[in-house]
Ligand binder design. Structure first.
Ligand SMILES: CSC[C@@H](O)[C@@H](O)C(=O)COP(=O)(O)O
Length: 358
């Protein structure tokens, strides 16, 4: 299975974090090496790496890179303030996926605790923590796959949007993890993948991943989803999430909200698959989720080719919010929750995950 993020150790003992350039897939598999936290911040902002859990993992590795840099001060006090600057740079890359802030929040007590350790030791510990976040994400996704597959019949056609697969996570995927879990459980699953305008994560990444796995996949443009639903060809819609608010409202790739309305109209279950690192109990509802707006060029151009007249005004929100009432269930590593059940669970003390705010 394709990997989005991995590390290598150089001869001098320094660690390089590698990203597969997701802007170039599926035609070219290009390795983007990151050696500084600024390189990692740029890679997140420019969407070399994307997908909420993968952004969080990259942020954690970016922090470890910051500690490894020659600029890192040797005394404990200055190290802590330097690391806050590193975290600020990384935290200003993409605003919607809460996993970014969750990962920074998880790394912070680690760098604070080891501030007075020798530099090599600090670097080693912070890279180990980032790697643990990645490994943990894969375990969470496998559990999401196990819980989620039970919701699907033995023969199912699933519609998915964007890419919530191995490329968007540490590995295995969330929405695609459910599909993979169903296939591993012996179910016969086929997929309709929305192309996902304007960035085409569905056409470029989901189609690439599922084809590599040999899972039968049909690519459609986003505007065809209503048609295939009306034809009775879809058993379930499964999507990932960038941030799930305390009331269950969910931000995900723009177009997800529309799919949820269509699914309700056609009586099709609409599932969100996400780890608890994507759930943000500090954001009360969808209206409070910061929505990233991206450049007009993503809409006006297809690659290098201009598709719209010069000077046209463009609105390009990268995400939209699906209200909790349109979500049949949220599939997590801790089990399957209806939105209200998740909301109740979040109010209980046992649910706590370290989540920070944008
Ligand atoms: C498991 S990934 C879930 C979401 O992050 C995914 O569906 C999505 O919206 C990704 O958006 P992107 O802009 O590609 O980072």
């Amino acid at each position: 299975m394709v990997e989005a993020i991995w590390t290598t150790t150089e001869k001098d003992g320094r660690i390089t974090v590698h990203l597969i350039d997701q802007r170039e897939l599926p035609t070219r598999e290009i390795d983007v090496p990151c050696r500084t936290h600024k390189e990692m911040a740029d890679a997140i902002r420019e969407m070399v790496v994307r997908g909420a859990p993968a952004i969080g993992i990259s942020a954690a590795f970016g922090i470890a890179l910051g500690a490894q840099e020659d600029l890192a001060p040797s005394d404990g006090l200055s190290f802590s303030s330097y690391m806050e600057e590193v975290a600020l740079t990384i935290g200003q890359t993409r605003p919607t996926a809460v996993n970014l802030f969750w990962a920074i929040e998880r790394m912070r007590p680690v760098w604070q605790k080891i501030a007075s350790h020798p530099s090599r030791e600090r670097t080693r510990i912070l890279f180990a923590e980032a790697q643990a976040i990645k490994d943990d994400d894969i375990q969470r996704n496998r559990k999401i796959g196990t819980h989620g597959q039970a919701l699907l019949p033995s023969k199912a056609t699933v519609l998915t949007h964007c890419n919530a697969g191995a490329l968007a996570t540490g590995g295995y995927g969330t929405a695609l993890g459910v599909i993979r879990g169903a296939v591993e459980a012996g179910k016969s699953v086929s997929v309709f993948a929305d192309e996902t305008r304007p960035y085409l994560q569905g056409a470029r990444l989901t189609a690439y991943e599922l084809a590599a796995d040999g899972i039968p996949t049909t690519l459609i443009t986003d505007s065809m989803a209503a048609m295939v639903m009306s034809q009775g060809r879809i058993d379930a819609v499964i999507v990932g999430a960038d941030r799930i608010a305390a009331n269950g409202d969910t931000a995900n790739k723009v177009g997800t909200y529309g799919l949820s309305v269509l699914a309700r109209e056609h009586g099709i279950p609409f599932y969100v698959a996400a780890p608890f690192s994507t759930i943000d109990p500090r954001t009360p509802n969808g209206q409070a989720i910061p929505i990233e707006e991206r450049s007009a060029r993503e809409v006006t151009h297809a690659g290098e080719r201009r598709m719209a007249p010069e000077g046209i005004s463009v609105y390009n929100p990268a995400f939209d919010v699906t209200p909790a009432r349109n979500i049949s269930a949220i599939i997590t590593e801790r089990g399957v929750f209806r939105p209200q059940e998740l909301s109740d669970y979040l109010s209980s003390a046992s649910s706590q995950e370290p989540v920070s705010q944008a």
